[in-house]
Design a binder for this molecule. Structure first.
Ligand code: NI
Length: 394
């Protein structure tokens, strides 16, 4: 099958309706946990898709069920995220954001819409068991998945499937491979506490700026010198704040940043090395480093068995030629990882770049995935859910 064949799974009215829905969501983006209009629009769309028991959860989240062929068949969840980013859109399209400074710059408008499309396909051709549709808020904060889990939205679910648009690969191509597909995301704050003084008399002060600068450079040696070559990991210092005037040595400097890894032991090593390096360099400068680590999302690691559900679906719908591998390890975070801490599942990346057009990247003001990725996502994820249910019931 090809993209054209996938298009024929959707009658012209449904296809137009999905594109309209996505453009409407795109024009009215809402930030994490503020997706009020978005949730109302999606609630109506779920009803029209033939889903039952549509419920609000975790404020702006939605959960619904598409009945399976057997009442006692295994329940599989299909998740789409719905929130936007604090970015001012510069795509220039007719359906560009009407809200200044807020934009669907990560494709969650596409994900929400392909989830609705999948509900339509599953209502028409059900899985063995119920498919639980999840429309999740606040992915960008890394908190929406936990909110849905705490609200009991996943109770009774045996497996979960999800995906993300990807502009690095072409429309019709899919990344569905065993192993890591998203990184862990831990945040850090390092408060460097010295003693302020006159800028002309540094010997009377203990300068937190020079110490913090040493810490920034020292942290770069963690990946370079403490981890094995080729181990995927990132230490990024993203903010550095200190000082108020050119003739004053301040009391404090403050660094914040992120640690990324794909293996649990590497994640722990980054945390330990960050703390040790910051404290030791601070001590060398006779200042104090107060290190605060905040655990974020775990990595996503697809197992060979669960990603097999998606691979079978992709092979059937798009053929063997559709598969691509991650060009480089992906250390972006994705809170879908919290579901996978509790139940089996798989996560795929779905190509959205039309060859010959500008390759606009996620989290930038010009990000513009091809809307036909909606049809591919809907078809592939619906079929992946059917395969998961079939495997779990055999
Ligand atoms: Ni995203």
């Amino acid at each position: 099958m090809t993209l054209h064949a996938i298009e024929t799974l959707f009658d012209p009215t449904l296809r137009a309706g999905l594109f309209d829905l996505r453009r409407d969501l795109h024009r009215h983006p809402e930030l994490a946990f503020q997706e009020v209009r978005t949730a109302a629009r999606l609630e109506a769309a779920l009803g029209a898709a033939g889903a039952d028991d549509v419920r609000r959860v975790a404020g702006t989240g939605l959960v619904a069920r598409v009945p399976g062929r057997h009442a006692d068949g295994p329940v599989v969840a299909l998740r789409g995220d719905i929130d936007a980013l604090p970015i001012h859109e510069e795509t220039g399209v007719a359906f560009a954001s009407a809200t200044a400074g807020v934009m669907h710059a990560c494709g969650h408008d596409v994900h929400a819409t392909w989830t609705i499309g999948a509900a339509h396909l599953l209502a028409r051709q059900p899985a063995v068991g119920e498919v639980r549709i999840l429309l999740q808020p606040a992915e960008e904060l890394g908190r929406g998945a936990l909110a849905l889990l705490e609200a009991g939205a996943l109770d009774g679910v045996r497996a979960i499937v999800g995906g993300h648009v990807d502009m690095r690969i072409a429309l019709g191509q899919v990344i569905a491979e065993p192993g890591p597909i998203a990184g862990s995301t831990d945040e850090f704050v390092i408060e460097v506490v010295g003693r302020g003084g006159h800028a002309a008399r540094p010997h009377e002060a203990r300068d937190p700026i020079v110490a913090a600068a040493g810490i920034v450079i020292g942290l770069q040696t963690i990946v370079a010198r403490r981890l094995a070559p080729g181990e995927p990991a990132v230490v990024t210092v993203a903010t550095f704040q200190a000082g108020t005037a050119e003739n004053v040595i301040p009391e404090r400097a403050r660094l914040t940043g992120t640690l990324r890894a794909v293996r649990p032991d590497t994640r722990l090593a980054l945390q330990a090395e960050l703390r040790r390096t910051a404290e030791a360099i601070a001590a060398a400068h006779d200042v104090e480093a107060r290190v605060d680590l905040r655990a974020g999302t775990p990595p996503i690691i697809n197992s060979g068995e669960t990603i097999g559900w998606a691979r079978t679906a992709v092979t059937m719908l798009l053929g063997q030629d559709a598969f691509r591998t991650l060009p480089t390890p992906n250390l972006g975070g994705e809170d879908f990882a919290f579901y996978l801490e509790r139940l089996p599942g798989c996560f795929i990346r779905i190509g959205a770049h039309e060859p010959g057009t500008e390759r606009t990247m996620a989290h930038t003001p010009r990000f513009l995935p091809d809307e036909r990725a909606i049809l591919i996502g809907a078809a592939v994820l619906a079929e992946t859910a059917r395969r998961a249910a079939a495997e779990l019931s055999s």
